[in-house]
Design a protein around this ligand. Sequence first.
Ligand code: NAI
Length: 724
Amino acid sequence: MTESLRTEQTDGVLIVTVDQAGDAINKMDRSLGAELERVLGQVDTDRTIRALVIASGKKDIFIAGADIEQFLEFKTELDAEAASKFGQRLLNLLEKSRVPVVAAIHGACLGGGLELALACTWRICTDHPKTVLALPEVQLGLIPGMGGTQRLPRLVGVSNALDMILTGRNVRAKKALQMGLVDEMLHPDILVETAAQRARDLADKKVKPRRKGARGFMSALLDKNPFGRSVVYNRARAGVIDKTAGHYPAPLAAIDVVRNGLSNGMTSGLEEEARVFGRMALTPESKQLVFLFFATTSLKKDMGVAVDPAPEPLPVRKLAVLGAGFMGAGIASIAVQQGTVVRLKDTDLARVGKGLSSVRGVIKERLDRKQITRPQYDDMMTLAGGTIDYSGFGNANLLIEAVFEDLEVKHAVLQAVEDKLPVDAVIASNTSTLPIRSVAAGLKRPDRVLGMHFFSPVHKMPLLEVIVTPETAPQATVTAVSYGRKLGKTVIVVNDGPGFYTTRILTAYMNEAGRLLEQGVPVDAIDSALVGFGFPVGPLTLMDEVGLDVGGKVGKTMFESFGERMAPADGVRRVVESGRLGRKGRSGFYLYDATGRKGDVDPSIYPILLGADRAASRSQIDPISATEIVDRCVMAMVNEAVRCLEEGILRSPRDGDIGAVFGLGWPPFRGGPFRYVDALGVDEVLSRLDTFDGRFPVRFKPAGMLIEMSRARTRFYPVEGRPV
Ligand code: NAI
């Protein structure tokens, strides 16, 4: 018995159980590598060993991947290349082992874990839903570095391999079997026993290793000839550029490494893989993605309260939702998927019915995609119930209010509902802008009240912003946080204020886009500049998506709260007042067809924005560069984010970065607004803000914290790559 492995020999088969001490998961790290090497040495000399099985001692995890902590130690490309070569050498030894090796896979088999399995002679996996196989390295800005770029395409064909390597997607057991990634699939109860038998069969030559290569006529055809392969590579490259706008170097580099390896042979392919792994590990993109990985990991352990130990969260068995509209139904749809009973209330039956049918729509989509079974679908739907009174609210543990964004309406509904709920129920508002303190005014139990700000569409957007007031009880906070996590959300906890964190920084950004419009910059020039920076869509497309009425209301509240700094552009105010609603009304900054598909910019927007005379002479307006467009919008957002930290709305830069990336689509490869300041340097940020402040007084006045940091020569993140 050692730190990472247990071995047991039965009837000529050495069963190696990976079970790293003191950890819930297995990770490929140096100590595991060294111990495996020792076992392989033993196999070489001990002739009583006829075959090997590699299994895991962890629950639902085979090997979850490389130890990412070790990546932080890479100071140069050569350090990272050396780590890759260390892993490659080990897996080469495994592949060339004197005896056959069977990987017995149950649970997550990811990254280095899958690369280890690929070097085995035979792979068996369980048919359990927790069994997934993937090479997620690109999600950290890397490429597989332990032979994955070479062994995977040889085993399952170039097309399947690129799909896995370029997306990092999870492959489930059945699909893995179909594509030849594993040789057998069976029930977890008989995994190790069958693996041992198969190892013996291989040793006795009763079973031969399967033929490698793409399955299916077309795939095999494309794979076999160089022309077919180049079609696959070109298609993959075009797909990556289309999806990432070329912002991520790793997937493109991975295509080249796969291609070189298949043309020039395994040895040269492995050398190239290690070299490129080294190069990718030191890119700024990878550093930011690794930071986000650590930031989300540390966030998962943070209950969002200052008291230690944090109180136990209340179980949420029943959820009451007020308002069966767009957001209320969205929240209900994810709650029933987690087994929560939901009561959805609206003012009339027609609206309740509409809400329930949107819930059904979301779940039906999962059924159609075979992500859930028919009985699961039926179970989920029986959990969703509707009402127009408060029946069934008496035993709800959590209430989420998602009625119109109107303080009077919110006051009225919350005051009416408070007495219908159990005394310890948590009362949450899904307002996107209104301070929770004002929403809670007049309630008898302000300690149970907080904000749970979901993003639309609720079932797709990963962030939940929990907003607490000075009165919110820690137990209410931890209940909201833990339930939010149960719903699959990344949860940040922020303090109360108008627009909290996300809406506040988004408003600063959107307002600046509005100012640019007012200066005569074309709608599409603004959008494409910010997509060029890495946002998934530009601010005006986003405004159309969110709804101009909604955006207008938010803008007004923020202006009333913060004054001149958050003044919306007059031109945009006129567009909102013109009654255009954005995509839902098929009329906004862009044209939409009857199905809601976006077309070109609507030219009739310019006279509203600029007035007829200026619109007519638009071509004479001095163009503004994409760099300035980006800088103005992004600096406005970044400066506001720093103010949120300075005022204590945010608890840490980490939460601010996570909130921007997961809630607002801030480009992950740029880490987040605070990481961006660290990357540019505080002095550079200040100099840009000062320049804009000179041209556009008030709104670019630098946050005091930035000036302080420049004086003290500090950064937001003292240690590279760590969230604190
Ligand atoms: P919506 O207009 O689709 O739905 C509001 C629903 O509340 C309607 O069905 C309405 O009949 C119902 N309602 C009004 N008064 C009621 C009452 N007294 N009792 C029960 N139901 C009542 O609006 P949406 O978009 O779902 O917004 C709801 C809340 O979520 C707002 O506070 C909004 O700011 C917030 N929010 C909206 C986001 C969005 O993208 N739409 C994103 C994040 C938050």
